[in-house]
Every structure is written in structure tokens, then in C-alpha cells.
Design a protein around this ligand. Structure first.
Ligand code: IPE
Ligand code: IPE
Ligand code: MG
Length: 251
């Protein structure tokens, strides 16, 4: 399938693993396993379609509130997936990055993250960003702290704090903001995902549960995206008549 416009960066909330498992009378973790499997399919579809960057929400800063057993099994699954998939991702030239507060993870997981990032660091293919123990509030808070430290040290004046500078201190600030946001599982909310970065992103919600979100579902989302007119505050006519810069304005 050919698309008129392909998003450079797609961000996904992979929701619905638990309900997928419940429907099959399986434990929730079976849904998470199927969900991880599905990321593999998605990564190869995204690379084929020409998407440059894929960010997936794997564990939110609020997911610690789940039953301790589910949290522990999720950590184990994450370690296993990183160890098993790193080589394959590397062979496919994927650059892997993890965003979120990794310092709260078990040491073994932190090591697996560091190893996978180092292995794939220089790859020039798709960038796969995994948001793990990530929260938009955390992201903005850590940026605010870094800037405050710079002011306190005398290296930055308060009036030098611009939206560009805040942006530069957020996670994965070197990547373009997401063009398309997808949430599976039927809920229509952001759940503390990339709050700042989604300012001008196009949203797509589907009832499809994450383990069922296949290539066809992905293409539906991309078709919807391709039909939209992104205006960034301008009029439809301005955009249609080809204003040179259609980048979001910087405040
Ligand atoms: C998303 O699936 C995966 C994680 C949050 C780790 P859920 O586990 O939230 O699935 P549902 O929403 O209960 O179906
Ligand atoms: C969001 O899903 C986080 C991930 C997919 C990792 P949740 O299932 O945790 O979201 P809420 O709590 O229902 O909003
Ligand atoms: Mg959920």
C-alpha cells in the first residue's frame, strides 16, 4: 500500500493486552507476551513503509500501581525481550532508545537497557523509542530541574528560558515530534504519555486490542493520517496554497 504522506514519527499507546488475555481466559501476562510479539511485526512494517521513528509506550510511571506480581512479570518480560530482540534489531539496523526514569528499574533491567542501546547506537535505520517508566509529568519535571540547576550555577539567565530550550531538555529531544499518535484498546486519553511533544500531533484511536493490532490496522491509521490537513494554526487555504514553512511556531 502506498500512502500520500507518511508520518516521520509515530507514537503508540499499546493498550488492551489485559483485556485480550481475559477474553481468552488467559492470565494478563499472556496478553503482555502477545503484545511484545506484536511490536516485532510493527517494527518491520514501519521500516518497510518508510517511517523514521516509532515510539511505543511500554510501561507508564503510573503502572507501578498494578498488582506487584503483574509488575514483576512485566519487568521480567522486558528484560527477556531486550536480551532476545537486541541482536535482531541490530541486524535490521534499528537504533533502540529507551526514555523514562530508568533509575527506578531493577539493576538487571538497567543493564539490559544500556547494553541494547550501546549495541544499536550507530544504526541508521528506524529509530525505535521505548517509553518505560515514562510519564509526561516526569519528563517536564526533569527538564525544569535541569534548567533550574543551570540558573542556580549561574550558567543560564531566567529570560533565556524559551520553549526551544525547554524542548531541548526533554527526552529524545533530537527526534522530530510525533506526527501521528495511535492508541489501541478503545480508551480515548493520553495517560501521561508525551504531553509536550504531542502538541500538534494527529490523534487516532481504535477499539482494536493491542495484540490484534496488525499491519492492516496500522495501515488504517496511516490512511486516516494521510487524509488530514495539518494547519498548525494557519488557515486551510494557506496550507493548500503552499506556505513555505508549515512547522509549528516556537513560542
Ligand atoms: C497495556 O495493556 C500494557 C501495559 C500497560 C503494560 P493493559 O495491561 O493496560 O491492558 P488492559 O487495558 O488491561 O486491557
Ligand atoms: C497506558 O496504558 C500505558 C501503557 C500502554 C504502557 P494504561 O492501561 O496503563 O492506561 P490507563 O491507566 O488505563 O489510562
Ligand atoms: Mg490498559
Amino acid at each position: 500500500m502506498k500512502f500520500q504522506s507518511v508520518p516521520r514519527h509515530v507514537a503508540i499507546i499499546m493498550d488492551g493486552n489485559g483485556r485480550w488475555a481475559n477474553k481468552r481466559n488467559l492470565p494478563r501476562i499472556a496478553g503482555h507476551r502477545a503484545g511484545v510479539e506484536n511490536i516485532r511485526t510493527l517494527v518491520s512494517s514501519a521500516a518497510e513503509i518508510g517511517i523514521e521513528c516509532l515510539t511505543v509506550f511500554a510501561f507508564s510511571s503510573e503502572n507501578w500501581r498494578r498488582p506487584p506480581l503483574e509488575v514483576r512479570l512485566l519487568m521480567d518480560l522486558f528484560i527477556m525481550a531486550l536480551e532476545q530482540e537486541a541482536e535482531r534489531l541490530h541486524a535490521n539496523k534499528v537504533r533502540l532508545r529507551i526514555i523514562g526514569n530508568r533509575t527506578e528499574f531493577p539493576a538487571k533491567l538497567q543493564e539490559a537497557i544500556a547494553a541494547a542501546e550501546t549495541l544499536t547506537r550507530s544504526n541508521g535505520g528506524l529509530t525505535l523509542v521505548i517509553a518505560a517508566n515514562y510519564g509526561g509529568h516526569w519528563d517536564l519535571t526533569q527538564a525544569a530541574r535541569t534548567l533550574a540547576e543551570q540558573v542556580r550555577a549561574g550558567n543560564l539567565r531566567v529570560d533565556e528560558i524559551s520553549s526551544e530550550l525547554v524542548q531541548q531538555h526533554l527526552s529524545a529531544s533530537d527526534l522530530p515530534p510525533p506526527d501521528l499518535f495511535i492508541r489501541s484498546g478503545g480508551e480515548q486519553r493520553i495517560s501521561n504519555f508525551l504531553l509536550w511533544q504531542l502538541a500538534y500531533t494527529e490523534f487516532y484511536f481504535t477499539d482494536c486490542l493491542w495484540p490484534d493490532f496488525d499491519r492492516l490496522e496500522f495501515e488504517r491509521a496511516l490512511t486516516s493520517y494521510a487524509q488530514r490537513q495539518r494547519r498548525f494554526g494557519m488557515t486551510g487555504e494557506q496550507v493548500a496554497h503552499g506556505v513555505e514553512t508549515v512547522a509549528p511556531p516556537q513560542g
